[in-house]
Design a protein around this ligand. Structure first.
Ligand code: AHR
Length: 541
C-alpha cells in the first residue's frame, strides 16, 4: 500500500475501533456516548446544533433507591444542638426536645435515612455517655469541631426518637478509632435486642421497653484520617474483627458498612474490598467539592464570579469518573454486585460564613450549590446499580445544609428545594437516556451544558431532572420519549436572577421552585427551554 493510502486505512481502523469501544461502553452503561456520563473536561468536539435527549421509557431495570436521597447529622457546630435539639424546656415548639419545624420540613422531603453521630465525631464518641438521666451524663470535649463541650444531652434515645419522628431509617456510625469491640457490640445489643440481657435491661431502665430498628451500622468513619490515621491493610483487619460482634438481634437484620475511601483513593477501595468483601454489605465513599480554592482557602459560598461557578460545575462532574472507577474496582471483587456503594458524605465545602466559628462549618447555600446537588443526584441515579445510599453533608447549619436556623427562625436552602423536587425519583426505575448537548465553555475549558437523569415511577409517570450548568444562556432541549405516547407534560423549575442567589432570614423565599411551562410540543418531540443556571424536573404521562 502506498503511504497516504496506508495512513487513511489505519485511521479508518482506529476510528472503527474507537466506535466499537464507545458502543460497548454505551451498551454496558445504558447510555450512549455523549450522554449524561460525558467526561467533565471535553476534547474539542463539534457542537450539536440542537440539544437532543432520547428517553427510553419502556426500558430500565435498576431501581433508584430512595436512600440515595439520605442525610447526615453530626455533633458539629449547630447541626444537632439548635438544628435539631432545643431541649424540652425550649420556647421553640418541640416534641421531646426535638424542634417541630425542622422535623416537619424534613418529612416533606420523605427523608429516607439519617446518618449519626459523625463524621469524625463518631470515632471519639462513647455511646454510654449519652444515655440515662441527662443531668448525670458526663461531658466531653469535641476535639474535632472547635474543642467545645459536648453535653451529651442528645444521645442514642434522642437520635432514635428523632428517626421515629422523621419516619426514616437509622444509620449509626460506630467508633473504631478510639473505641473497643465490646463497646460496639454492647451498643448494638442495647438498641436492638428484645430479650433478657444486661444491655436490653439497661435500655428498659432508661425508659425504652421495645428495641429500636437500626438498619444500618457503619464500622468506623474516615479511618484513613480523623478516624485513626490507619493504613487500608490495618483498617481491613480491624473491620473484620469489629464487624464480627455487630450482631443482628431479634429480627433486626443489620446492614454492615465498611469505611471506604475519600474521593479518588482507589488503593484504599481496592484493599478494603479485597480483604473485607465477604464480611460486609456495603462500603462507603466520601466526596466533597469546591471551586478553584484549596483546603485552607476554599472560597466564599456567596461571593464568587463566573470562574468560580465554572470551577464548581467542573469539580462536581468528577463524581461521574469517581463512581465509574470505584464501581469497576468493586465489580472485580464482588462479581454478583451484592455490596452497596454508599456515598455517605458528599456536597460542597466553602469557607465558613464570616463572623462565625470556623470550626462550626456554617456556610450559606446558593443557586450554585443547588445546581451542583442536582448533578450529584443525577449521577447517583445513573449509578444506582451499585449506589444504594448517599447522605448529603449535613442536614442543618453545617456545610451544604437543607435547613438554616437562627433562634426560633428556620429557612430552607436552594439545595433543600432540589431534594424536594427530586423526591419523584425515590424507588423509581432508572431509564436509559441518550443526550447530545452543546458545551458550556469558559476560557479554554468546557463541560457539557446539560446534565440529566430520568425515571419511571410505579404508576407509569416519567420524571426527568435536568440541570442547565450555563449561568448566562438558556438552552433548548428537544426530548423524545421512546415507547410512550406522551400526552401530559408539566414541570417545576428552580432558578433565580443571580448565580449567588440564596435565602436569608429576611428573604426566606428568594429562591424557591416555580411552575415550569416553557415548553412546546411538535409531533412526537417536546422542546423545553431550560433557563440559564437552573434545575428543572419534568413530569410526563
Ligand atoms: O462533614 C464534615 C466532616 O467531613 C466529617 O466529620 C468527616 O467525616 C469529613 O471529613
Amino acid at each position: 500500500m502506498e503511504h497516504a493510502k496506508l495512513r487513511w486505512w489505519l485511521s479508518g481502523m482506529i476510528r472503527a475501533a474507537v466506535a466499537v469501544v464507545l458502543m460497548a461502553t454505551a451498551f454496558a452503561t445504558g447510555c450512549a456516548p455523549g450522554s449524561a456520563t460525558r467526561h467533565p473536561v471535553q476534547e474539542e468536539s463539534e457542537e450539536p446544533a440542537v440539544n437532543r435527549l432520547v428517553i427510553h421509557t419502556d426500558a430500565g431495570k435498576e431501581t433508584i433507591s430512595r436512600n440515595i436521597y439520605g442525610h447526615f447529622a453530626e455533633h458539629l457546630g449547630r447541626c444537632i444542638y439548635e438544628g435539631f435539639w432545643v431541649g424540652n424546656n425550649s420556647p421553640i415548639p418541640n416534641t421531646r426536645g426535638i424542634r417541630n419545624d425542622v422535623v416537619e420540613a424534613l418529612r416533606q422531603l420523605n427523608i429516607p435515612v439519617l446518618r449519626w453521630p459523625g463524621g469524625c465525631f463518631a470515632d471519639e464518641y462513647h455511646w454510654t455517655d449519652g444515655i440515662g438521666p441527662p443531668e448525670q451524663r458526663p461531658t466531653m470535649v469535641n476535639t474535632h469541631w472547635g474543642m467545645v463541650t459536648e453535653t451529651n444531652a442528645f444521645g442514642t434515645h434522642e437520635f432514635l426518637d428523632l428517626c421515629e419522628q422523621l419516619g426514616c431509617e437509622a444509620y449509626i456510625a460506630g467508633n473504631v478509632g478510639s473505641g473497643t469491640v465490646e463497646e460496639m457490640q454492647d451498643w448494638v445489643e442495647y438498641m436492638t435486642f428484645d430479650g433478657d440481657s444486661e444491655m436490653a435491661n439497661l435500655r428498659r431502665a432508661n425508659g425504652r421497653d421495645k428495641p429500636w430498628r437500626v438498619k444500618y451500622f457503619g464500622v468506623g468513619n474516615e479511618n484513613w484520617g480523623c478516624g485513626g490515621n490507619m493504613s487500608p491493610e490495618f483498617y481491613a483487619d480491624l473491620y473484620n474483627r469489629f464487624q464480627t460482634y455487630v450482631r443482628s438481634y431479634s429480627g433486626n437484620r443489620i446492614v454492615k458498612i465498611a469505611c471506604g475511601p475519600g474521593s479518588e483513593n482507589y488503593h484504599w477501595m481496592r484493599v478494603v474490598m479485597e480483604r473485607c468483601s465477604r464480611r460486609t454489605d456495603a462500603i462507603s465513599l466520601h466526596h466533597y467539592v469546591r471551586g478553584s480554592g484549596n483546603w485552607t482557602r476554599k472560597g466564599s459560598a456567596t461571593r464568587f464570579d463566573e470562574k468560580e461557578w465554572f470551577a464548581l460545575m467542573k469539580n462536581t462532574l468528577t463524581i461521574y469518573p469517581l463512581l465509574k472507577n470505584s464501581i469497576e474496582i468493586m465489580d472485580k471483587v464482588d462479581r454478583r454486585g451484592r455490596i452497596g456503594l454508599l456515598v455517605d458524605e458528599w456536597g460542597t465545602w466553602w469557607d465558613a460564613e464570616p463572623g462565625t466559628n470556623p470550626s462550626f462549618l456554617y456556610q450559606q447555600n446558593t443557586l450554585r450549590d443547588a445546581v451542583s446537588a442536582g448533578i450529584f443526584l443525577n449521577a447517583f441515579n445513573e449509578h444506582c446499580r451499585r449506589v444504594k445510599m448517599a447522605n448529603i453533608a449535613q442536614t442543618n447549619n453545617v456545610l451544604q445544609a437543607m435547613i438554616l436556623t437562627e433562634g426560633e427562625k428556620m429557612i430552607l436552602t436552594p439545595t433543600y428545594h432540589v431534594f424536594e423536587m427530586y423526591k419523584v425519583h425515590h424507588d423509581a426505575v432508572l431509564l436509559p437516556v441518550e443526550l447530545q448537548c452543546a458545551d458550556y465553555q469558559l476560557g479554554d475549558e468546557r463541560v457539557p451544558a446539560i446534565n440529566v437523569s430520568a425515571s419511571r415511577e410505579k404508576s407509569g409517570k416519567i420524571h426527568v431532572s435536568v440541570c442547565n450548568l450555563d449561568p448566562s444562556n438558556s438552552r433548548e432541549l428537544q426530548c423524545r420519549f421512546q415507547g410512550l405516547d406522551a400526552r401530559r407534560f408539566s414541570g417545576r423549575v428552580l432558578t433565580a436572577e443571580g448565580m449567588a442567589a440564596h435565602n436569608t432570614f429576611d428573604r426566606p423565599q428568594a429562591v424557591k421552585p416555580a411552575r415550569f411551562d416553557d415548553f412546546s410540543i411538535k409531533g412526537d418531540a417536546l422542546t423545553v427551554t431550560l433557563p440559564s443556571k437552573s434545575v428543572v424536573v419534568l413530569e410526563i404521562e
